[in-house]
Design a protein around this ligand. Structure first.
Ligand code: ZN
Length: 532
């Protein structure tokens, strides 16, 4: 039996951007869109061109995406205007996008009260907007806002909105549970009725998580016939969030009921990147990943030592509903020394480090990793620092340079124009081949100044780090109070497009930053095959 195609639509960059405390930059948006493209998501909704400078710019440039349908979001034409005389609609039609997703009211009460127009004019606005976007050669989606509440109040009108879009040629009619209060059995029943009027392969579900059932509601819609699921990475979204694609995707791929019936754009190899994508988004948002997240959380396949652990060692299927490797996660058996060691060895293999499992230095490395993780290091997030630590303990990292000392000063003063400016200056003294090299760097802050000083003159290694660039710098305070520990995570890249993460931990933020900077430079020298 041939499988049916089920489509995935990600709205992390539009609906997810509504999350309290989330503020994506243009670079964030491009990077996240590429990650989504890279794991085979069919549609990526980028934002609302014309609504703010970031989204306008995003839709003016080439994002370098491979297969995903990049989608712009916006309103249907305003009531009482013609489609050709609506600047908002014009901006949307001009945006560099493969598809346009219009949002329209589908609850008659909202049409009257919020739009202050008639039901007939709202339907005309839907038809005109879909037609105008189709004429521009765009694929069209229509978000039926408040569809489920609207359907309960006036089923004929809600359905008329959906049909108006479908009959005008919209590829998808999106049924939105905007308030997020609809229950799975209601979704299944209503979507089932809609699919009698509109073919299910043109019907999408957009669920919010206000009763913690957005994922269940999405599957209920699929069972009733819908063939597109909308959601966000890690369930980002305003209030309680949107349907979490990171939970939905593995269920579609790994659970027989769905895997036997449907094909999705995500391959098995792409599925293995899912845990990484989920964590990468959290890092970008400077949030601690949810340890208990289904499939991808650190605890999702963790078992405490004891009878469970020994049973797992004999046959993992005894206590695991799917294989952790399938989603790029791994099994963790807590407490047990032996299991800690097997985790460590698999990490070393992943980093490409040659070793002999019987080498007694591996036990010292394990103890050191544990000690440091208790201190606040998170090697999961900084594989380059882990690799350096392991190689150092195995004696395979040459001493490229020594740090004799460093000093940073920060000054706030008034410049010649009388404006208040803050400046930092750093002095770094390095020892290379017994020779002392001193560099001075300036920056807008202490870390920037240190980075500039450190990389200004690395003597004979200077050429090897010429293309090293700092991409991102994140600080997390691990425990409150004045004695707090600071964790600094640095992302670097080079001219070959290689990216690596390093980490530093200290009660002093400058020390933590310096540690991460030194690791970044050392890792690069190691990769370049530099010789002391
Ligand atoms: Zn929404």
């Amino acid at each position: 039996m041939s499988k049916e195609r089920l489509y995935l639509f990600d709205t992390t960059l539009r609906d997810g951007a509504q999350t309290n405390g989330v503020d994506f930059t243009l670079a964030d948006k491009v990077a996240i869109a590429r990650m989504l493209d890279d794991i085979g998501i069919d549609y990526v909704e980028g934002g609302y061109p014309g609504a703010n400078p970031t989204d306008t710019e995003l839709f003016a440039q080439d994002r370098g995406l491979k297969t995903t349908t990049f989608t712009a979001f916006g309103m249907t034409r305003r009531p009482g205007r013609s489609a050709s005389n609506d600047p908002g609609l014009a901006a949307l039609l001009e945006a560099k996008a493969d598809a346009i997703c219009f949002v329209a009211k589908s609850w008659d009460y909202h049409v009257k009260v919020a739009l202050e127009t008639t039901g007939e004019e709202n339907l005309a606005s839907i038809r005109d907007s879909v037609r105008a976007a189709k004429a521009k050669g765009r694929e069209v989606l229509l978000d039926c806002e408040h569809f489920f509440d609207g359907y309960k109040a006036n089923p004929d009108y809600a359905l008329a909105c959906a049909k108006a879009a479908y009959e005008e040629g919209a590829r998808w009619v999106v049924l939105c549970d905007t308030n997020g209060g609809t229950l799975p059995h209601e979704v299944e029943e209503i979507v089932g009725t809609v699919c009698k009027a509109i073919p299910g392969d043109h019907v999408a579900i957009h669920a919010h998580n206000d009763t913690e059932q957005a994922v269940a509601n999405s599957f209920a819609a699929v069972r009733a016939g819908a063939r597109q699921i909308q959601g966000t990475l890690n369930g980002l979204g305003e209030r309680c969030g949107n349907a979490n694609l990171v939970s939905i995707i593995p269920t579609l791929k790994l659970k027989k009921e769905y895997a036997d019936r449907f094909d999705i754009g995500v391959s098995n190899a792409q599925l293995q990147k899912l845990a990484h994508v989920s964590h990468a988004l959290d890092e970008r948002l400077n949030r601690a990943p949810n340890r208990h997240a289904p499939y991808v959380g650190e605890s999702a396949f963790a078992t405490k030592a004891g009878i469970h652990a020994s049973a797992i060692a004999k046959d993992p299927a005894t206590y695991e509903h799917v294989a952790p490797e399938a989603v790029g996660n791994r099994r963790r058996v807590l407490v047990s020394e032996q299991a800690g060691k097997s985790n460590l060895l698999s990490e070393m293999k992943r980093a490409g480090i040659a070793f002999d499992a019987k080498d007694p230095r591996i036990d010292s490395l394990l103890a050191e990793v544990k000690r440091r993780e208790a201190e606040g290091f998170a090697y999961d997030a900084a594989p380059a620092s882990f690799e350096l630590l392991a190689r150092r303990m195995l004696g395979t990292v040459p001493e490229f340079f020594g740090v004799d000392s460093f000093r940073v000063s920060v000054e706030r003063r008034h410049n010649a124009l009388g404006e208040e400016v803050s400046m930092a200056e750093a002095v770094v003294k390095l020892l290379i081949d017994g020779e002392r090299i001193m560099s001075v760097g300036e920056g807008n802050g202490p870390v920037n100044a240190l980075d500039n000083a450190l990389r200004k003159d690395l003597g004979k290694f200077q050429q090897a780090i010429e293309d090293l660039e700092l991409v991102d710098y994140k600080v997390r305070i691990l425990n409150g109070g004045t004695g707090a520990t600071t964790r600094v995570l640095i992302e670097s890249r080079d001219g070959k497009g290689e990216r690596w993460f390093t980490i530093g931990v200290s009660p002093n933020i400058v020390d933590a930053s310096f540690e991460a900077l030194i690791d970044s430079v050392t890792w690069k020298l190691l990769r370049e095959g530099a010789r002391p």
